[in-house]
Design a protein around this ligand. Sequence first.
Ligand SMILES: [Zn+2]
Length: 149
Amino acid sequence: MPETLLAAIMTVLMAAFLLVVALSRWAAKIHPKPDPWDKDVDTAVRQPDAVPICRKCLSPQFPTSWFCPECGTAVGRYNNCLPYVYVFSIGEVFTAGAWRKMPVNALTIVGFLLASISEYLIFAPVYWVRLWQNLFRIRKELFATLVDQ
Ligand SMILES: [Zn+2]
């Protein structure tokens, strides 16, 4: 009996390993589309003298600043690596999921669910309630927009 159980466990592990290998090969073949803008804008953005802007209010930013002086959004390049500033960055992400308009698809929903579990642990369901309320609000606004057209 233990040999049968061992064989079953080994079979499941081998199947999982093959699945991971197949998924990683599939992911390696994916060529993501470049940024949503055209090549001219992409070239202009990548110039050395290009001025970084705040993603929220579009005001010019100093390359060394951590927060936008106009709206307070975390804009630094390495904010997610700094233990104290990281809290503000992740807070903006969760705020976007709970209160702001955002792209709704399976990836964003699963991402918010998993990220909230990793950040909030047992308190994650509290965040999920607000996330679902925001998703229904976004959906309701989308339907209202479609009806108006
Ligand atoms: Zn700003």
